[in-house]
Structure formats: C-alpha cells, structure tokens
Write a protein that binds this ligand. Structure first.
Ligand SMILES: NC(=O)c1ccc[n+]([C@@H]2O[C@H](COP(=O)([O-])OP(=O)(O)OC[C@H]3O[C@@H](n4cnc5c(N)ncnc54)[C@H](OP(=O)(O)O)[C@@H]3O)[C@@H](O)[C@H]2O)c1
Length: 199
C-alpha cells in the first residue's frame, strides 16, 4: 500500500516516521516542492520518496497534515477527491491565537468532508503532539491507543490496518458527527489522553 503525505511539518513527519518503520511506500510533499525534502527523505529511509502534491494524492491513502487555514487551497489543488481515502489529523484552530474556529453545528471533519467532495474521510492521529506520535507505540506492556472515526466503513478498515501495522491499538469511535466530536481538539474530551491498551 502506498501512502501519500501532504505536509512535512511536525505531524506529517511523525506519521511519516511511523509509516516508514512499518514498511509502507511513502510519498511526502509540502508547499515548497520535492527539492525541499531531500534531507527529510534521507532521514526517513525505507521506501520513502519526496514528490509533488499531485503525486502524493495518487497514493492509496492520503494523510492530510496541513493547517486548518490551508484546507480550502488544498481542496482546490485536486479536481476530484471522489473515492480518495483521506486521513484527517487536522485540528480546527487558526492563527493568530490558535483558538478553535467557529464550526457551527458541524465537527471539523464534517467540514473537511464537505470541502474534499466525495473523499472518504477518516479522522485519526490528531490527539497527540508530534513527539508522542513519533514515539514507540509499545508502552508499559501494552499498545498506545489511537482513536479514529469516519462515515465510510471500508475506509475505516484500511485506516485501522495502518494504525495496527504501526503498532498502535485502534479504537473506533463511530461516525464523524459523534466520534469526530469526541476526538476533536480543543473541544472534545479525548485529545491529549495518552492511553495504553493492555490486552
Ligand atoms: N503540531 C501539533 O501538535 C499537532 C497535533 C495534532 C494535530 N495537529 C494538526 O495537524 C496538522 C498539521 O500540523 P503541523 O503542526 O504538522 O503543521 P505545520 O508544521 O504548520 O506543517 C504544515 C505543512 O503543510 C504544508 N502545506 C501548507 N499548504 C500546503 C499546500 N497548499 N500544499 C501542500 N502542502 C501544504 C506546509 O508546507 P511547507 O513546509 O512547504 O510550508 C507544511 O509542511 C494541523 O491541522 C494541526 O492542527 C497538529
């Protein structure tokens, strides 16, 4: 399975490190282009490559690690998102103070789903700092928990398989409206919890 990563900041890189360790073929991109990622790809090793946005979105699964304010631009960069499996680790906060944006009655991932028309969104990997996400998922005789939620069962199955191949324990929270709300930062109760599944 090929994983396309959009964004090479803290969270994009943390996910890329786990994906590389797990043996995935990775194509990582950012706004500055592949030439800015030479050292990153060297560090990642394994089957990782730098590429353009357009190359990364052709992968089987897309990890969308951009800031909330850049979402509308990113959404316009691809003509059709239909059918794409997109992992959404995005927290709905914006500069200058990084307070939560007004989402009305929606969760942030429902807004993402609306912007990336036809994409199969799975919210995951948004509740840890990059440092914790990069760390070994094996802790205290168990596995660190990653929450995920989504409206498409097949997409969730694929994302769960990635979570488990990384070595985490995946906990399905349900759909984007309900599960997404529980794991939403900063309003939900789950972000920041570092839980270990022992069995
Ligand atoms: N940092 C955290 O503690 C944390 C924790 C959980 C979740 N999150 C969420 O994860 C997401 C990423 O966070 P981060 O801290 O990794 O952000 P970041 O360090 O600001 O990195 C964002 C990345 O997005 C890229 N980018 C921006 N516009 C783009 C475009 N149009 N096309 C392609 N790439 C584009 C940037 O490219 P350039 O490098 O070229 O500028 C950069 O690599 C955010 O939504 C955040 O809310 C962050």
């Amino acid at each position: 399975m090929k994983v396309g990563i959009i964004g090479s900041g803290g969270i994009g890189l943390a996910f890329a490190r786990q994906a590389s360790k797990a043996g995935y073929e990775i194509i990582i991109s950012n706004s500055r282009g592949a030439s800015s990622l030479v050292e990153v790809v060297k560090e990642l090793g394994g089957r990782s490559k730098a590429g353009s946005f357009q190359e990364a979105v052709q992968a089987d699964v897309i990890f969308l690690a951009v800031q909330w304010i850049h979402l509308p631009t990113v959404a316009r960069q691809l003509d059709s998102w239909t059918g794409k499996i997109v992992i959404d680790p995005i927290n709905p906060v914006a500069p200058p103070d990084y307070k939560m944006v007004d989402l009305g009655v929606n969760t942030s991932s429902e807004v993402v789903k609306d912007l990336l028309k036809g994409a199969r969104i799975v919210k995951a990997f948004n509740t840890f700092t990059p440092e914790l996400l990069s760390a070994s998922p094996s802790q205290a005789g168990g596995k660190r928990v990653i929450f995920y939620s989504g409206d498409d069962h097949d997409a969730k199955r694929v994302v769960r398989s990635i979570i488990e191949k990384f070595g985490f324990a995946g906990i399905d929270l349900g759909n984007l409206a309900e599960g997404g709300r529980l794991q939403q930062y900063p309003s939900g109760p789950l972000p920041g919890l570092n839980l270990i599944q022992l069995l």
